[in-house]
Design a protein around this ligand. Structure first.
Ligand SMILES: C[S@@+](CC[C@H](N)C(=O)[O-])C[C@H]1O[C@@H](n2cnc3c(N)ncnc32)[C@H](O)[C@@H]1O
Length: 232
C-alpha cells in the first residue's frame, strides 16, 4: 500500500484516510463511501488502475490452476461455449481457458484499468456492472479478483444472473482472501464458509454452491475454488 500511496495525490490520500471498514462475523469491507453514502467510484477506479499498472508484470494464478478448472468443467459434462473472467490484468486466464476448454470456447475477460485492451480477449469494464447481453448466457464465470470489489454483493448477483441454466460460477479462495487482508487495494475479505453462505443467499432459487475444490497452488500455497452452479 505504501508504494501505491506514493502514486496518489493529496486529495485522493485524504479521501482514503477518511474511509471506514465495515465488519461482520464473516467479512470485512473497506468502504469507498462519499459523505452522502454513495460509493466513490472515481477514487476506486483511480486506485485500482494505479495498482494494476504498478503490478502489470505480475500473474496471480498459474496456468495449471486454469487447467484444473477446465478439466472440472469438461468432466461435469459441460461443453462450455461462452465464458467471462473478471479482473484479468494481462488476459492470461481467458487465454488459458480457451486453450484447455477447446476451440469452441469463447472466453473473454474484464479489466477496469485503461490498459485493458492491450491484452488479448479483454474489455475495459467494471465488473460490478452487467451487460444486459450477458444475462443468462454464460456457461462459465470465473474470478480470482473478487476481493477487489467495493460492493461484492452487487458484483456476485450480476455474475450469478449471467449464468445460463447449468452454468458455473467459480471463485478462488485462499489465504489472501481472508478478512484480515482487507485494504483499499483489496477492499473485500471473507472466510471460505462466509463466501459459500453469501453465494447461496444471493443465488437462492437460481442454484447453489455444489462444492469447494482444491485448485492447485499459488506459489507453495493452496488455492481453493468455490463452485456455484445454476440450476439446469
Ligand atoms: C490481483 S489482480 C489479478 C489479476 C489476474 N486475474 C491474475 O491472476 O493475475 C486483480 C485485477 O483486477 C482488476 N480489477 C480491480 N477491480 C476491478 C473491477 N471492478 N472490474 C474489473 N477489474 C478490476 C485490477 O485492475 C487487477 O488487474
Amino acid at each position: 500500500m505504501r508504494r501505491l500511496k506514493r502514486r496518489l495525490d493529496d486529495d485522493a490520500l485524504q479521501r482514503l484516510d477518511a474511509a471506514q471498514v465495515a465488519e461482520t462475523d464473516d467479512y470485512r469491507l473497506f468502504k469507498y463511501d462519499t459523505a452522502d453514502g454513495k460509493v466513490d467510484v472515481e477514487l476506486y477506479r483511480r486506485l485500482q488502475t494505479e495498482a494494476n499498472k504498478m503490478k502489470i508484470e505480475n500473474q496471480w494464478v498459474p496456468e495449471e490452476h486454469i487447467k484444473i478448472l477446465s478439466t472440472y468443467l469438461l468432466g461435469a459434462g459441460l461443453n462450455p461455449r461462452r465464458g467471462v473472467c473478471h479482473g484479468t490484468r494481462r488476459g492470461n486466464e481467458q487465454m488459458w481457458f480457451r486453450k484447455h476448454l477447446g476451440p469452441e470456447a469463447d472466453v473473454f475477460g474484464t479489466e477496469i484499468s485503461d490498459n485493458a485492451t492491450d491484452f488479448p480477449h479483454t474489455i475495459q469494464w467494471d465488473f460490478h456492472e452487467v451487460d444486459p447481453a450477458w444475462l443468462g448466457q454464460m456457461d462459465l464465470v470465473y474470478s480470482n479478483s473478487w476481493d477487489h470489489a467495493h460492493s461484492p454483493e452487487v458484483a456476485f448477483a450480476g455474475w450469478i444472473a449471467s449464468l445460463r441454466p447449468g452454468g458455473f460460477l467459480m471463485l478462488d479462495h485462499g489465504w489472501n482472501y481472508q478478512p484480515e487482508r482487507v485494504s483499499a487495494m483489496d477492499p473485500f475479505g471473507i472466510s471460505e464458509d462466509g463466501l459459500v453462505r453469501m453465494l447461496n443467499r444471493l443465488g437462492e432459487g437460481r442454484g447453489s454452491v455444489v462444492e469447494v475444490i482444491n485448485g492447485g497452488k499459488h506459489k507453495e500455497l493452496p488455492i481453493r475454488t468455490v463452485i456455484y452452479r445454476a440450476r439446469g
